[in-house]
Design a binder for this molecule. Structure first.
Ligand SMILES: NC(=O)c1ccc[n+]([C@@H]2O[C@H](COP(=O)([O-])OP(=O)(O)OC[C@H]3O[C@@H](n4cnc5c(N)ncnc54)[C@H](OP(=O)(O)O)[C@@H]3O)[C@@H](O)[C@H]2O)c1
Length: 234
């Protein structure tokens, strides 16, 4: 397989592991990054997904080099944790603008080529906290829960066009995003995870790659947890 794959936020963390998994399987992988030096081995396009013009420019560059995007992994995301009474409107809307509206921007643009090709795979990276909730993360949890309704609506809207939309909901994964947690917070989280540990980014990447593979051709609108059992029953 040598498909044109785009992973947003593929320059580090879970996104980088996903990008590597596709590249190792022989796909042509583009990643987005916002600043600094992107990792080698991919088509790195500078793109902030909160800016529609940058998204458009990124897609043009990818299409010119790799052809229309056939597999999109909307992975880029941010947290801005705060208790509700201290959460400013900007804390709330900026997280929603990246995690939800940013995902809308990249998915909508990818769909143009997928409709033409009459096939496509879209995987959205949500989070266990989207369904479980998390004190101090009302903005983040709301944005991640919204991705489920977004994906399932599109699964219904575009299933007849042979485009699948699935959601992966990781639990706690060892990346920069979780490095900010204190030892006490980490121990508390691990205590609630049946598998008793954090995930490695590669464990999330394996599920994403499966959802984009031929083996997953009849899966759409699914929410797949990769959370060590943390979210069981939700
Ligand atoms: N780590 C976890 O425990 C965990 C658990 C559940 C879900 N997730 C989700 O998994 C995804 C990846 O998380 P991670 O742990 O790998 O986080 P990370 O290490 O903090 O990386 C976040 C990635 O998102 C990119 N990004 C953020 N805002 C962006 C924007 N406006 N435009 C373009 N790119 C942007 C970052 O790019 P820059 O390098 O340019 O900043 C970076 O590549 C996120 O959606 C996160 O919510 C993570």
């Amino acid at each position: 397989m040598s498909r044109s794959v785009l992973v947003t936020g593929g320059n580090r963390g879970i996104g980088l592991a996903i990008a590597r998994a596709f590249a190792d399987a022989g796909d042509k992988v583009a990643i987005t990054y916002r600043s600094g030096e992107p990792p080698a081995g991919f088509l790195a396009v500078k793109c902030d997904i909160t800016d529609a013009e940058q998204v458009e420019r990124a897609y043009k560059e990818i299409e010119d080099t790799h052809g229309p995007v056939e597999v999109l992994v909307a992975n880029a995301g941010v947290t801005k944790d705060q208790l509700l009474m201290r959460m400013s409107e900007e804390d709330f809307t900026s997280v929603l603008d990246t995690n939800l509206t940013g995902t809308f921007r990249v998915v909508k643009r990818a769909n143009r080529g997928m409709l033409r090709a009459k096939k496509g795979r879209v995987v959205l990276i949500s989070s266990v906290v989207g369904l479980l909730g998390s004190a101090g993360q009302a903005n983040y949890a709301a944005s991640k829960a919204a991705l489920v309704g977004f994906a399932r609506s599109l699964a219904r809207e575009l299933g007849s066009r042979n485009i699948t939309f699935n959601v992966v909901a990781p639990g706690f994964v060892d990346t920069d995003m979780t490095k900010v947690l204190t030892d006490e917070q980490r121990a508390n989280i691990v205590g609630q995870v049946p598998l008793g540990r954090y995930a490695q980014p590669e464990e999330v990447a394996a599920t994403v790659r499966f959802l984009a593979s031929d083996d997953a051709s009849y899966i759409t609108g699914a929410v797949i947890p990769v959370d060590g059992g943390l979210g069981m029953g939700h």
